[in-house]
Design a protein around this ligand. Structure first.
Ligand SMILES: Cc1cc2nc3c(=O)[nH]c(=O)nc-3n(C[C@H](O)[C@H](O)[C@H](O)COP(=O)(O)O)c2cc1C
Ligand code: SF4
Length: 517
């Protein structure tokens, strides 16, 4: 029997992977070939999807990108034996894009069958949870604290401190919430792990539950991710059957249950307190803090709310130890980060690496520049609220503090690349427009400021009192930055001001006041 891997990941499905799997099955039947198809996750090389792999005596051999109409010809030329073909990639792990990575959180993604617990265990799965059970709550929280792990959802808050607050707060019930809203444009790491290695998130959530004495978890998963929803549901069911979830997690005597809640699609519902409102069945609106969710979160109970990648990073930390994880990275940014590369780029996808690579290394060496072949002009880092970086700042290392020092942010680690044809004035207008559409409306700087900002940038575009209106935008950005209740209004100034500051030639050559002084 020959094992063939056809990804079920949305990257691949969007490019015909389901049709390829059907065609392969049909042709194998017709030709009497003994083929077993495994629907795996993606390795993260998006431009090569659908990437098929076949198990041979030389190891797994990849081919891609494959179109449904090419399957017959692929079989004719000896694909099942790993033979030569124009689209033969060779061993995936030897491809430079993969070989240069440090895969800790994504170590199984694309390799295992996402829904096979045997496969999961054979590749180190459940080692972390077993160790957490042995260590007990306090020592598990200590391990996570010492690893230096910071939240991967955007704010970079130390995970151990959050867990410790929940552990120390007395309550009859506590919750773990996985933030799987993944609203930042150009990001897909949460989706990839949920589709490609769902047990890793389940294990991470169970570890968080055991560490903080929480007995119930929710995954708040965006409705735009139908594949992830389906895979996660099946994985939860299998984890329940295997005793990983339930009244006694791996016979520890401690209970932990998990449920999925599907979000209806509002960017602000990714903000942790809006998310909690939405989970409670209300309209998602940002809550005032304090109280912190760690003290009074879901249904007023202490709640750990973490991003999917944060939670999925903890099994490896527990399995290998805090020191192992902490050894990767730079400064206060420890461990690895899955960088999600999109936009006008030659080699887009997911690249997991230790913190510290420079933006230039990522864009030029790893991504290979733009898809159009034109020079890179701007890179937006950190989603729609992130700053635009010009080439002159490409020496900035991927590190929370280094990005903050350049008036930028890492956010959920999405980077979107633009070539020289980008119109930065249009991008500034878009930032305000996005904020106006997605604002929850609770505070005035954001609700009114975004609309006024949009109108003012439009005036600048029309050449109306340019210098005066740029000064007005700057003033408005200051009000939004310091007066908004949450980061939607508070961070919209980042893309706007970075566009004006770094690309004045696009604003009728008008430097901003601060830069001109
Ligand atoms: C407008 C807005 C949208 C957000 N969207 C997300 C999101 O989609 N996913 C996410 O994990 N965090 C998002 N966050 C950050 C969360 O509020 C919160 O910081 C995060 O869930 C905490 O988890 P972490 O510490 O593991 O990062 C958003 C924040 C804001 C202000
Ligand atoms: S900044 Fe915007 S999204 Fe955040 S609370 Fe205020 S109005 Fe709502």
């Amino acid at each position: 029997m020959t094992r063939v891997f056809v990804p079920l990941d949305s990257f691949a499905v969007a490019c015909g992977a389901n049709e390829i799997a059907d065609e392969l099955k049909r042709l194998a039947n017709e030709r009497g070939l003994d083929v077993a198809i495994t629907r795996n996750g993606s390795r993260g090389m998006a431009w090569l999807e659908p990437m098929l792999e076949v198990e041979t005596i030389e190891g797994r051999i990849a081919y891609g990108p494959i179109e449904p109409g090419e399957v017959a010809e692929l079989l004719d030329t000896g694909f099942l034996e790993g033979r030569e073909h124009a689209k033969r990639i060779g061993r995936p792990e030897e491809h430079p894009f993969l070989a240069k990575q440090t895969r800790l959180t994504f170590k199984r993604c694309g390799i295992t069958d996402p829904l096979s617990l045997d496969d999961y265990k054979a590749h180190g799965g459940l080692d972390g949870l077993r160790r957490a059970i042995e260590l007990g709550s306090e020592a598990t929280v200590k391990e996570v604290t010492e690893s230096g792990l910071r939240g991967r959802g955007g704010a970079g808050f130390p995970t151990g401190i959050k867990w410790n607050t929940v552990l120390q707060t007395e309550a009859d019930r506590k919750y773990i919430v996985a933030n799987a809203d993944e609203g930042d444009s150009g990001t897909f790491a949460d989706r990839m792990i949920m589709e490609g290695d769902p047990f890793c998130l389940i294990e991470g959530m169970a570890i968080a539950g055991l560490a903080t004495d929480a007995t119930k978890g929710f995954i708040y998963l965006r409705s735009e991710y139908p594949v992830a929803i389906e895979v996660m549901k099946k994985a939860i069911h299998r984890a329940e059957e295997a005793g990983i979830l339930g009244s006694s997690v791996l016979d520890s005597g401690k209970a932990f249950d998990l449920e999925i809640r599907v979000g209806a699609g509002a960017y602000v519902c990714g903000e942790e307190t809006s998310l909690l409102d939405s989970l409670e069945g209300k309209r998602g609106q940002v809550r005032f803090k304090p109280p912190l969710p760690a003290h009074k979160g879901l249904f007023g109970k202490p709640t750990v709310i973490n991003n999917v990648i944060t939670l999925a990073s903890t099994p490896e930390i527990l399995a290998k130890g805090a020191a192992f994880y902490k050894d990767f990275g730079m400064g206060r940014s420890r461990g690895t980060i899955p960088i999600q590369i999109g936009g006008n780029v030659k080699h887009g996808g997911l690249f997991e690496t230790a913190f510290g690579l420079s933006l230039g290394e990522i864009v030029e060496e790893i991504c290979g520049g733009t898809a159009t072949g034109r020079p890179v002009r701007a890179v937006q880092v950190g989603g729609p609220l992130g700053a635009y970086f010009p080439v002159s700042l490409f020496d900035t290392p991927f590190d929370y503090e280094a990005f903050a020092a350049k008036d930028g942010l890492i956010g959920h680690a999405g980077i979107v690349i633009f070539d020289e044809t980008v119109d930065m004035m249009g991008q500034a207008r878009f930032a305000f427009e996005f904020c106006a559409i997605e604002s929850c409306g609770k505070c005035t700087p954001c609700r009114v400021g975004a609309v006024r900002g949009y109108e003012t940038v439009k005036k600048i575009i029309d050449g109306e009192r340019v210098a005066e209106n740029i000064a007005l935008v700057e003033d408005l950005c200051n009000t939004m930055k310091f007066g908004s209740l949450c980061a939607l209004g508070g961070f919209t100034p980042y893309p706007v001001m970075s566009a004006i500051r770094h690309f004045p030639e696009d604003f009728h050559g008008q430097p901003m006041k601060e830069a001109a002084e």
